[in-house]
Design a protein around this ligand. Structure first.
Ligand code: F6R
Length: 247
């Protein structure tokens, strides 16, 4: 586990992009796991810059997103498919057919979750999974209480996550209450993981996940069990850490 504390979210994005770019250049057909939300935006901006500058090629990359709201079609402006198109895929030379986001409109979500797992397995697994962390310690939409062995499935969102995400919707009632999410077990199978965090509202979750016990109460604490995780944390989100980590 490597913990890197950086001054701000811009630096967080640059460090993460540099790390991912180095791995991508070393492996054609790189399989990148992606997250949505505010946290990875500085990373995506830097990846777009690198791609436009000719420093990083996405033409053979394959991506899998962590999650999608149940009930939102890909065309909905708050769907995670739409988020990915607008914030990354539309601006880089990636083959859109090689980008995967769980299907929130699948007629049988359980079958579709199993198929998502199979696709990841068939491709040989995820080389690098990007994660954010919820203020309640969730990763993907694995809320507190999720089994550390969980797989891709339909999950119910907690009140705190619905409240956190209501900033993107006109009314809190418009936030979907269920999502399809990769499981913690699925995430732990990635070859490498990059967890990003910025903002004082993440400081408690980051401290519990990194320095507390491994527990279902803090899903991100499961990352302590993975041998190759980079935590790239901005100062404000690192403010409650007690141990001496790299700066
Ligand atoms: C999104 C995801 C979530 C977010 C987390 C933090 O795909 O999996 O776990 O990473 O909710 O969200 P932000 O970055 O908006 O604070």
């Amino acid at each position: 586990m490597q913990v890197i504390i950086v001054p701000n979210k811009e630096e967080m994005g640059k460090r993460a992009a540099a790390l991912i770019a180095e791995q991508m250049r070393a492996k054609p057909q790189f399989v990148l796991g992606l997250a949505t939300g505010s946290t990875p935006l500085p990373l995506y901006q830097e990846l777009i810059r690198m791609n436009k500058a000719g420093e990083l090629d996405f033409s053979t990359a394959i991506t899998f997103n962590l999650d999608e709201y149940v009930g939102l079609p890909p065309t909905h402006d708050q769907s995670y498919r739409c988020f990915m198109n607008v914030n990354l895929f539309d601006h880089i030379n990636i083959n859109k057919a090689a980008t995967h986001v769980p299907d929130g409109m699948a007629p049988d979500p359980d079958v579709s979750c199993e198929a998502y797992e199979c696709m990841i397995e068939d491709i040989g697994g995820i080389d690098c999974q990007v994660l954010g962390i919820g203020s309640n310690g969730h990763i993907a939409f694995n809320e507190p209480g999720s089994s550390l062995a969980s797989r891709t499935r339909v999950v119910k969102l907690t009140k705190s996550t619905i409240k956190d995400n209501s900033r993107f919707f006109a009314r809190t009632e418009d936030v979907p209450t269920r999502a399809i999410s990769m499981g913690i077990g699925t995430v732990l199978e990635a070859e490498g993981i990059v967890l990003l965090a910025y903002g004082a509202n993440k400081a408690d979750a980051v401290a519990k996940a990194l320095e507390g016990p491994v527990t279902v109460s803090v899903p991100a604490s499961a990352l302590q069990l993975h041998p190759r995780v980079h935590w790239i944390i901005a100062e404000d989100a690192a403010s409650k850490l007690r141990l001496e980590w790299e700066r």
